[in-house]
Write a new protein. Structure first.
Length: 284
């Protein structure tokens, strides 16, 4: 009796072009799905791990230690600060401002107030204005224009990913189903013949399931290479331009690619089984 592997190989001889077309389609589908999943994961991790934006507070240098401590406690109690640390003047001041401070012969205490990631830009502006009104605070500075651009970029990326996620998944599902139907196109004659002879459903579906496994496995390999080239060729440039973390580490990328590969193989084999089982037996 002819084995399932032999039946699959015999069918492939008559449908090599369709087989490699299916591999190409599934490779593009794999790359598209991988791009979407990794983009969503990277954005989620970057947004969840972001430390928030900062405002710089200049404390009057004439205050004694006790007065300064009370002022700092008051600032912390009235603002949603995740942390507050002292920084050196040279780290935040431009040269001309640094000269002005040196001319006063006493450098003020400079604090970096860090806001939580969920605080909006408008709330940051309000808190900065309130802090500036406190007695003992000389100035409060923050690059709100750049902060607002960063927040806008995060929101745009999040909305873009959500808007593309659903149609991307549906498109990949359609491509998998279409690929299964293409595989059946050159295997249907044998399936119909075995159906007429009273073969079991597994015997009818097994060759196409095996061919689908080979096609999906090859597509995962080619799709992974295409995904790697597209990710490491473009994402680092976007990260450098916008100062936003968009690429996950290598271990995470490998784990996500492996998970998508397993899902793609399972979906393709299952879809091929359903497509083959729908083939009607040959009738005279």
């Amino acid at each position: 009796m002819i084995s399932t592997a032999e039946r699959a190989k015999r069918s492939l001889k008559t449908g090599k072009r369709i087989f490699f077309l299916v591999v190409a389609i599934l490779s593009l589908a794999f790359c598209l799905l991988g791009q979407m999943v990794l983009s969503f994961y990277s954005f989620y991790q970057a947004h969840r791990g972001v430390m928030g934006d900062e405002a710089t507070i200049f404390i009057d240098p004439t205050l004694n230690d006790k007065e300064t401590e009370k002022l700092v406690q008051k600032i912390q109690s009235l603002t949603p600060a995740s942390s507050m640390r002292e920084i050196q003047p040279a780290d935040v001041l431009e040269k001309d401002i640094l000269k002005l401070v040196e001319a006063r012969k006493k450098v003020p205490l400079i604090l970096a107030l860090q806001f939580p990631a969920d605080v909006s830009v408008s709330e940051m502006r309000e808190h900065a204005a309130d802090i500036k009104k406190m007695k003992g605070v000389e100035a409060v500075t923050a690059n709100f224009e750049w902060i607002e651009k960063r927040h806008t970029l995060r929101e745009a990326i999040a909305l873009g990913i959500i808007a593309l996620a659903v149609p991307t998944v549906l498109l990949v599902a359609m491509l998998i189903v279409q690929s299964s139907l293409r595989l059946r196109s050159f295997m249907s004659d044998e399936q119909r013949l075995f159906g007429m002879l009273g073969a079991s459903r597994f015997s009818i579906c097994a060759p196409q399931m095996l061919v689908a496994f080979w096609a999906s496995l090859l597509s995962c390999l080619f799709g992974s290479m295409l995904l790697a080239l597209s990710l490491w060729g473009s994402i680092p440039l976007l990260e450098e331009a916008f100062e936003v973390k968009l690429l996950a580490d290598v271990q995470t990328c490998a784990a996500v690619i492996a998970l998508i590969a397993l899902m793609t193989i399972f979906a393709t084999v299952f879809s091929s089984m359903v497509a083959a089982s729908l083939t009607k037996p040959l009738k005279f």
